[in-house]
Design a protein around this ligand. Structure first.
Ligand SMILES: CC(C)(COP(=O)(O)OP(=O)(O)OC[C@H]1O[C@@H](n2cnc3c(N)ncnc32)[C@H](O)[C@@H]1OP(=O)(O)O)[C@@H](O)C(=O)NCCC(=O)NCCS
Length: 182
């Protein structure tokens, strides 16, 4: 099986929206908001395409050349010391359990840590989403408490149905994992 990532293209917008809206994902992540529409992810990505620190970018995960999911990165904070990027990802349900998300996100993280200025990543995950938490563990993300604002936002978006876990991965943590992994 060949897994790769590349910036999402216009014709994939519908597939990304369809995946985001899949009922099998309903209890695993936030549902698309009323402001989301199929072309949004790719349109916004293209709008920031020339920038070294885009506000948003969507990557397509290809499995043997076919659409297999997406990774989204949102600029969270930029300071002279570096940038913090929020990450999210979805894999098509037919391919769950094959290690595709950890593999694809690892490709993405390697690119980011090698090419750009100091960067760290945060990811939010429902406490009940054990599959995603497992992926975050495998990649070396470290759990921390969400801020009050993040918890409040989560409460409003899920009507209190889900507890939130926050994860962070710094460059140092990534390097430590890779130097011990050889
Ligand atoms: C979470 C998600 C990205 C994981 O991707 P993946 O490619 O399936 O990842 P993995 O194959 O490494 O599986 C992760 C863990 O999920 C569990 N898992 C996988 N398939 C499963 C299944 N059908 N039933 C129960 N558990 C399953 C396994 O325990 C696995 O851990 P392991 O490798 O230690 O056995 C994918 O399930 C997904 O897209 N889910 C819906 C959206 C989502 O949750 N996005 C993230 C929002 S924070």
């Amino acid at each position: 099986m060949n897994i790769s990532i590349r910036p999402s293209q216009q014709e994939e917008a519908g597939l990304i929206y369809q995946l985001r809206s899949d009922t099998r994902l309903r209890d695993m992540q936030y549902q698309p908001s009323w402001r989301e529409y199929p072309e949004l992810y790719v349109e916004v990505s293209l709008a920031f395409a020339d920038q070294s620190e885009p506000a948003f970018r969507c990557w397509t995960v290809l499995i043997d050349g076919e659409f297999g999911g997406h990774i989204s990165e949102t600029l969270n904070q930029s300071t002279p010391d570096g940038v913090t990027i929020s990450l999210g990802w979805n894999i098509v349900p037919e391919e769950w359990g094959k290690g595709i998300a950890p593999y694809a996100v690892r490709i993405f993280l390697n690119q980011k840590f090698e090419c750009e200025k100091p960067v760290q990543f945060v990811a939010m995950c429902f406490e009940s989403n054990s599959r995603c938490r497992r992926v975050l563990d495998k990649l070396g993300f470290v759990a921390e408490s969400p801020t009050l604002r993040e918890r409040l936002n989560n409460w409003l978006r899920t009507f209190g149905r889900h507890r939130l876990t926050k994860y962070r991965l710094t460059h140092e943590e990534w390097k430590a994992i890779h130097s011990t992994a050889g």
